[in-house]
Design a protein around this ligand. Structure first.
Ligand code: GUN
Ligand code: FE
Length: 487
């Protein structure tokens, strides 16, 4: 019997599952049955399950002696399950600036567009709470409906609206890391900075607040320590944040080597440090739970250090193109330096809040890099990009065994892709009939890879028709269609 207290019971999903469990590995599982507990955990995966060969429904029913839901998309080749996207770098507060600021490089962009916007979150109480609620609800809604089940967010320096943001994440059902921006000296825009003491107080209040916020049986929102970037942080603050990360076992996120002028600025401000990465390392901010955004112009030495410290890089090709910061040599990071790389929208340096768009841009940017360097090896594949968007992201946020792929014991954070959804602009003419059963596995897989190309290069959020987070259905655009079967 279903538990009366629980909104979800045991659920079986049946259909095509596509994922990248490891770098370079694309696995396409047809006719696959995935069982998900009421806690949202995958506890059963059976690949190539043929209904005519097994009376699976009664078998599972008898074995577990409980009610379950059965959701079947196995008959339509243009529908498939993929792991929810993990956006490892996004500024929730900058959503109103999407599309704005094409004309300037990073440091001017920050002064002219970004700091003035973020400063609105420090307005009088009533004003800022209303503003924050509006902006933050929009950004969560937009990312979630684009398939992002987990994101590592920057908010602003303001603690109250940062706490409000965490509450909104829980309300919408998106998993998230909440980073109050820490910055205690802003030389170029004095209106937007905090004192070291205010930062300490704010961080402690947020850590306490989020501790109490999560449901008793799970952690869905977590604080993440967020020194904005070296140029706006005192050494005292960097040191304290490094210690805070250790004492509370909290992850860290920041920016590094995004822009050449920024790198010069860091060199001038920290003459005792050999390079940008050393600034963070000296203050104990580089560890396996550190996400470094951008990382475009790293030296060999820095790459070595980042690899050794097992930090992750969040690659933000949309932003790096929009504010013309450069092309990160991601393929080399992944395959030569053995650095974990994930993807970030970097809203609003990035103008698209969808990781699907960032997948597309990561590949295009890598092709431009390859044309410039003459190295074919600089080109990213669809598999590389899908990996960075899912399992690479899970690694970056310290949850490689919890999220990122379909595996027993992992959480069911998943999106259902429908290439023939109501408003889809993807041409699926050749694929409207179920793939022939007698077609061999290789032919089927090849067709499916073509469909993945269609999805990534001509699809968008209209093809993301359902999203589950922690096993809970949090987005459903299929109300118009009754094709689920319920037991
Ligand atoms: N470096 C410091 N702050 C920022 C920011 O808000 N966006 C980007 N893209 N880079 C930064
Ligand atoms: Fe950023």
């Amino acid at each position: 019997e279903p538990k009366a207290s629980s909104s979800i019971g045991y659920t079986l999903y049946y259909g095509t599952f596509v994922h990248t469990p490891t770098l370079e590995e694309l696995e396409i599982c047809f006719n696959t049955l995935v069982g998900v507990t009421s806690d949202g955990e995958i506890d059963y995966i059976h690949k190539n399950y043929k209904p005519e060969e097994h009376d699976y429904m009664t078998a599972v029913h008898r074995n577990r002696n409980r009610h379950f839901d059965f959701i079947d998309y196995s008959q339509d080749p243009t529908k498939f399950f993929v792991p929810g996207f993990i956006d490892t770098h996004i500024h929730a507060s900058q959503f109103p600036n999407v599309g704005i600021g094409l004309d300037c490089p990073l440091l001017d962009w920050l002064n002219d567009y970004t700091f003035p916007l973020e400063n609105q979150f420090t307005d009088s109480n009533e004003k800022k709470l209303q503003f924050a609620k509006n902006v933050y609800s929009k950004v969560i809604n937009k990312t979630l409906t684009s398939g992002t089940t987990c994101a590592s967010y920057f908010t602003t320096i303001d603690p109250q609206t940062t706490n409000l943001f965490a509450e909104l994440l829980l309300e919408h059902g998106q998993r998230g890391f909440v980073g109050k921006v820490c910055m205690d000296h802003n030389d170029t825009y004095h209106d937007y900075e905090e004192s070291f003491e205010d930062c300490v107080h704010s961080m402690n209040s947020i850590i306490n607040h989020l501790d109490k916020l999560n449901p008793s049986d799970d952690t869905l929102v977590k604080p993440i320590i967020t020194p904005r970037f070296a140029p706006v942080c005192s050494r005292k603050m960097l040191n304290w944040l490094g210690k805070l990360s250790k004492t509370h076992s909290l992850p860290i996120q920041t920016h590094i080597s995004e822009n050449t002028k920024e790198i010069e600025l860091v060199r001038d401000m920290f003459p005792d440090c050999e390079d940008y990465a050393t600034v963070y390392d000296k203050h104990n901010l580089l560890s396996s739970s550190t996400i470094l955004a951008h990382a475009i112009h790293l030296t060999k030495k820095e790459r070595k250090m980042i690899s050794k410290k097992e930090c992750s890089i969040s690659h933000c090709p949309t932003s790096n193109t929009f504010i013309s910061s450069g092309e990160a040599p991601v393929k080399q990071y992944l395959y030569q330096d053995k650095i974990n790389v994930s993807l970030g929208t970097d809203v609003s340096g990035g103008f698209d809040s969808s990781i699907l768009a960032v997948i597309k841009h990561s590949i295009l940017v890598s092709h431009h890099l390859a044309m410039k360097t003459g190295r074919q090896g600089d080109k990213l594949s669809i598999i590389d990009a899908l990996y960075m968007a899912t399992q690479g992201g899970a690694k970056a946020i310290g949850m490689p065994d919890v999220l990122g792929s379909f595996e027993v014991g992992k959480k069911f954070d998943v999106q259902l892709i429908d290439l023939s959804s109501k408003d889809s602009i993807v041409d699926t003419f050749e694929w409207q009939l179920p793939l022939e059963e007698e077609a061999n596995q290789r032919k089927k897989s090849k067709q499916m890879q073509d469909l993945l190309g269609k999805w990534i290069f001509s699809g968008d959020d209209r093809n993301c028709v359902k999203v589950w987070c922690n096993g809970r259905l949090v987005v459903n655009k299929m109300h118009y269609q009754r094709d689920d079967r319920w037991v």
